[in-house]
Ligand binder design. Structure first.
Ligand SMILES: Nc1nc2c(ncn2[C@@H]2O[C@H](COP(=O)(O)OP(=O)(O)OP(=O)(O)O)[C@@H](O)[C@H]2O)c(=O)[nH]1
Ligand SMILES: [Mg+2]
Length: 333
């Protein structure tokens, strides 16, 4: 099951209380105060992992709590800090305050960490209160409570290329054909209800990730059909592949409608590299209209049934993915 958003509660550990104790040593009749400070409560830390691809497991367990710090000990011993609770999340997870929507962390890279709930500080033991006047203090302070909050985790799929288009255009059939993914295919609209990822092998251990986005219709940006819920997944996708049913009425109009919906959702989406797939060419030869030719992007005549044009599409999508990765590497180095 694919879950792309979940809410959890996190609670850091409470700090350990300070200790009251006095030194009791042989031949030292009135030893000074020796109560240690409490240990810090454990933090709740979220850490990105490239090996995870879903928030499903995290969503199943709603509450994550780190352990409390230990109470201060005698003989000036500080209590042990509570161990941190480290939660692994897929790389690309955004973490927001569930109440205000404020962005708290954006864990993009493998291994990146953020403390989302800080453990409470340990209390002071009575040794900390001793001075020249107050030689036998009995006071201590309690450990502070740890942070507690509700957070929303949002996973934007990190795919190289997204298949977008009207329902029934053949997006899922195409993904099945070029990857090992098995999204459902049927001749009714909105068969695909959630984005499905597939890895497309290019030989010699090379691959790229293709995502099948549920069908869009006119008005999607305002919530029609399955709406724009899934459009945010393509914000971080390297390139867009428009899958158009070339056997349907006015293929260019289909393309324009989808483009307009993307633009309404976020104008920057259209600045991504675009590929146009005129699909279902097995149903009859098509004449690529001049309007399509004027678009400054590569056009492919494809069939998810016979496989026509798909090798060329794969090569083009892979080349773009490579290029974009190089750009990112250059920026990050
Ligand atoms: N002849 C022909 N039929 C196709 C082709 N691609 C898909 N189909 C058929 O079109 C119908 C819809 O295919 P899907 O792959 O489910 O389409 P989709 O774009 O994923 O649809 P949604 O999930 O509803 O958005 C199915 O009956 C497919 O068998 C193609 O290239 N040629
Ligand atoms: Mg589908």
């Amino acid at each position: 099951m694919f879950i792309d958003e979940t809410q959890i509660e996190i609670a850091a550990g409470k700090g350990g209380d300070g200790m009251v104790s006095f030194r009791r040593e042989k031949y030292v009749p009135r030893g000074g105060p020796s109560g240690g400070n409490g240990g810090r409560g454990g933090h709740v830390i979220l850490k990105a992992s490239k090996d995870l691809h879903t928030l499903y497991d995290i969503g199943q367990r709603r509450i994550f709590k780190a352990e409390d710090g230990q109470k201060g000990g005698t003989s000036d011993c500080t209590g042990r800090n509570g161990p941190d609770e480290i939660l692994l999340v897929p790389a690309g997870t955004l973490i927001k305050n569930a109440e205000t929507g404020e962005l708290l962390a954006d864990l993009k890279a493998d291994g990146q960490k953020a403390i989302l709930a800080e453990g409470g500080k340990g209390g002071l033991g009575n040794a900390a209160f001793a001075n020249s006047i107050r030689q036998t203090p009995r006071m201590t302070t309690p450990g502070k409570p740890g942070d507690q909050r509700k957070i929303t985790l949002e996973l934007k799929l990190l795919a190289d290329c997204a298949l977008i288009g009207f329902p029934n255009a053949g997006k899922s059939s195409l993904l099945r054909r070029v990857s090992a993914a098995t999204p459902k295919v049927a001749d009714y609209p909105f068969t695909t209800l959630k984005p499905v990822l597939g890895v497309v092998g290019m030989g010699l251990g090379r691959s790229f990730v293709l995502v099948d986005i549920p069908g869009l219709i006119e008005g999607a940006a305002e919530g029609k059909g399955l709406g724009h819920r899934f459009l945010r997944h393509i914000e971080r996708t390297g390139c867009l592949a428009f899958v158009i049913d070339s056997s349907g009425e006015n293929p260019y109009k289909q393309y324009q409608v989808i483009r307009a919906e993307l633009e309404k959702f976020h104008p920057l989406l259209l600045e991504k590299p675009k590929l146009i797939l005129l699909n279902k060419v097995d149903l009859g030869e098509i004449k690529v209209s001049v309007k399509f030719k004027k678009e400054k992007c590569q056009i492919f005549q494809t069939s998810s049934i016979t496989g026509q044009g798909l090798e060329e599409f794969k090569k083009a999508a892979y080349a773009i993915a490579r290029q974009q990765k190089d750009n990112v590497d250059r920026w990050e180095s």
